[in-house]
Design a protein around this ligand. Sequence first.
Ligand SMILES: Nc1ncnc2c1ncn2[C@@H]1O[C@H](COP(=O)(O)OP(=O)(O)OP(=O)(O)O)[C@@H](O)[C@H]1O
Ligand SMILES: Cc1ncsc1CCO
Ligand SMILES: [Mg+2]
Length: 294
Amino acid sequence: MSAVPSSSDAPRTPAVTTTSSLDVTDAAAAAGHVVEQLRARRPLVQCITNYVSMDLAANLLNAAGASPAMVHHPQEAGEFAGLADAVVANIGTPSPDWADGIVAATTVAVERGVPWVLDPVAVGATSYRRDLAGRLLTNRPTVIRGNAGEVLALAGVAGASRGVDSAADSSAVGDQAAALAAEAGCVVAVTGARDLVTDGRRQLTIDGGDRRAPMITALGCSATALVAACCAVGEDRLAATAAALAMITVAIERAGRDAAGPGSLRWRLLDELADLSADQVGSRIEESHRDDQS
Ligand SMILES: Nc1ncnc2c1ncn2[C@@H]1O[C@H](COP(=O)(O)OP(=O)(O)OP(=O)(O)O)[C@@H](O)[C@H]1O
Ligand SMILES: Cc1ncsc1CCO
Ligand SMILES: [Mg+2]
């Protein structure tokens, strides 16, 4: 059964179409603008994220131009969300306190109209994670970013993960991702060898990167944090989400040219992110779309 609470106003059978070429040109331009706006506005991103990802997520946000703050305790998480430009809700190392902090912060984000992004880490693994994700989905995330196994678990398909890792191919879950987006009323981003972003109606893909990316733990969690930062400065949330994933894809691809292994890939990724141009990000979205159509 799907973890998404039923909602009468959400369409259940979306008409899934690949975004038209014209739309892609607009989305690519919007994504490039997001890269510039990140550096110009330096959005404050409240990250309620797991212990593993805190360091990489904070450094990755700094390199991209955003301002990270790891604030999760329930005694202050809601209050801090009153200051934040975006909120990250990651269930990677959950606890009752952590869960209360996430609920408090995302409730304030919704009240203020500030974007918040759910990372449903290993949601299929335990009933505690499933229940927590279900509770959070009632607060209507702006974006859900997960790997293919996590997106399938939210769509009610069991057994597609191994712990925090996906056992499924991101290219194969487009329909489930679109249905989840329509049902939850948000953008869904599935990462993997090919990244896929859908709002249930439009879809963008991002190709490239480095095959050693999965060896960098918490890169997906950090991608989620960057999605939140991009949504803080980009009104088209499909384009903003694609911008975040394309930034990581282009940066890690460039990092990979001189990286001897996952250690140097990780630090070179931060260097490349700080050096990225808006044009590189927009072009990657357009090129990936062309490849997807051919
Ligand atoms: N086989 C691959 N080739 C190239 N890039 C990949 C591959 N697999 C994942 N990536 C990239 O790695 C990043 C993280 O995606 P992934 O799907 O591994 O997230 P995740 O499983 O949630 O990670 P984590 O749980 O470690 O945070 C994304 O930018 C994605 O594009
Ligand atoms: C390894 C790991 N365990 C819980 S969260 C996390 C980070 C990657 O999802
Ligand atoms: Mg993950």
